[in-house]
Design a protein. Structure first.
Ligand SMILES: [Zn+2]
Length: 274
C-alpha cells in the first residue's frame, strides 16, 4: 500500500500536498470529463478561499506526498470547477488508492468530531501525540478511532452450484446481495458468520473460509469476507431484516452491488468459479 499513516509531518511544509476537504460526508474534487482529482498544491491559500478554516489534520503520505484533511466551514466557497461528491460515486473516476485514502480521512474526521469530549467524565479531550488517540486530561481515558467489524459471507450450494443472495429490508426492491452483519462483543468471526446466517435465513453452513477484507468507511466498518458451504435446512427469512432470499446460478443473477464493494467481489468470484 503506497499510503503510510503518520502522526507528525516530517517533510517540508511548503511542498505540494493532497487536501481532502469534506462537507458532511462529501469530498471536494475537480471533475474533468471522466476523471476526478483531489486538490493538490503547496498552500491552502491557492484555493482562493476567504474563509475561516478549521485546522487541517495531517494523517500520512501517499507516494511520499503529504495528505491533510479537514471539514469545510459553512462559508466555504467552492472553488471554480470543483464540487462536493459522495466517495462512493467517485469509484471509477478517482484513482482507487486516493479513493480509499479519502475513506481513511472521513473515518478520522468523524472520529475527531465525535471525540471532542471524554465519554466517561465529559472533560474536553486532548490529542495524544504518540499514537492515533485522544486522552482525557482529567481521568486519563484513552479514545481511539472506532472501527466496527462486520462479517460478509457468500453461501454456496456446492451440489447445485448456486449462491444464496438476499434482498434486505433496507435495499431497493430489485437489489440482492450476500449476507452481512456486525460482530458482537466476545464473538469469533466464525461464530458471527454462523449466527448471522441462522438469524437471517435459518440455514446451517460448513467449511467457513476467509475470503478477504475491506475497509468500509460508511461510517466506520471493517468488512471481513468469508465463503461458506450450505450444509442443512430450508431458507426461512427473518422478515425484520430480509424481504426475500434465494439461490441463484452464475448465469441468472438478480441486480447486485456495484464494483466498489467486497460483496461484489465475492459474487464475481462465484461467477468465475461456478
Ligand atoms: Zn475523562
Amino acid at each position: 500500500m503506497p499510503f503510510k499513516f503518520e502522526l507528525k509531518l516530517l517533510l517540508n511544509e511548503s511542498i505540494p500536498s493532497y487536501w481532502f476537504i469534506f462537507r458532511e460526508n462529501l469530498l471536494l474534487v475537480e471533475i474533468l470529463d471522466d476523471s476526478a482529482s483531489i486538490p493538490f498544491n503547496s498552500n491552502l491559500s491557492e484555493f482562493n478561499m476567504s474563509l475561516e478554516l478549521k485546522q487541517p489534520i495531517y494523517f500520512g503520505t501517499f507516494e511520499n506526498i503529504p495528505c491533510h484533511f479537514f471539514e469545510a466551514s459553512n462559508d466555504f466557497e467552492i472553488p471554480k470547477k470543483m464540487s462536493f461528491q459522495s466517495i462512493r460515486n467517485l469509484y471509477g473516476l478517482l484513482n482507487e488508492d486516493l479513493l480509499w485514502i479519502a475513506g481513511r480521512a472521513i473515518q478520522l474526521l468523524v472520529w475527531d468530531k465525535n471525540s471532542q469530549y471524554c465519554g466517561r467524565c465529559g472533560t474536553p479531550t486532548e490529542i495524544e501525540f504518540d499514537e492515533r488517540a485522544k486522552i482525557c486530561p482529567e481521568c486519563s481515558l484513552l479514545v481511539f478511532p472506532r472501527i466496527s467489524p462486520a462479517i460478509i459471507v457468500g453461501i454456496i450450494d456446492q451440489k447445485k452450484k448456486k449462491i444464496l443472495l438476499a434482498n434486505g429490508t433496507r435495499f431497493p426492491a430489485s437489489f440482492y446481495s450476500v449476507l452481512a452483519g456486525f460482530v458482537e462483543p466476545g464473538e469469533t468471526l466464525e461464530e458471527c458468520v454462523r449466527r448471522e446466517i441462522a438469524e437471517e435465513v435459518g440455514i446451517e453452513v460448513k467449511n467457513i473460509r476467509y475470503f478477504g477484507s475491506q475497509s468500509w468507511p460508511f461510517p466506520d466498518s471493517l468488512m471481513i469476507g468469508f465463503l461458506a458451504d450450505y450444509a442443512n435446512g430450508q431458507i426461512t427469512i427473518n422478515p425484520i431484516e430480509i424481504n426475500d432470499a434465494n439461490w441463484f446460478t452464475a448465469d441468472d443473477l438478480p441486480q447486485i452491488p456495484g464494483e466498489i464493494s467486497i460483496a461484489r467481489k465475492i459474487i464475481d468470484w462465484f461467477v468465475q468459479n461456478y
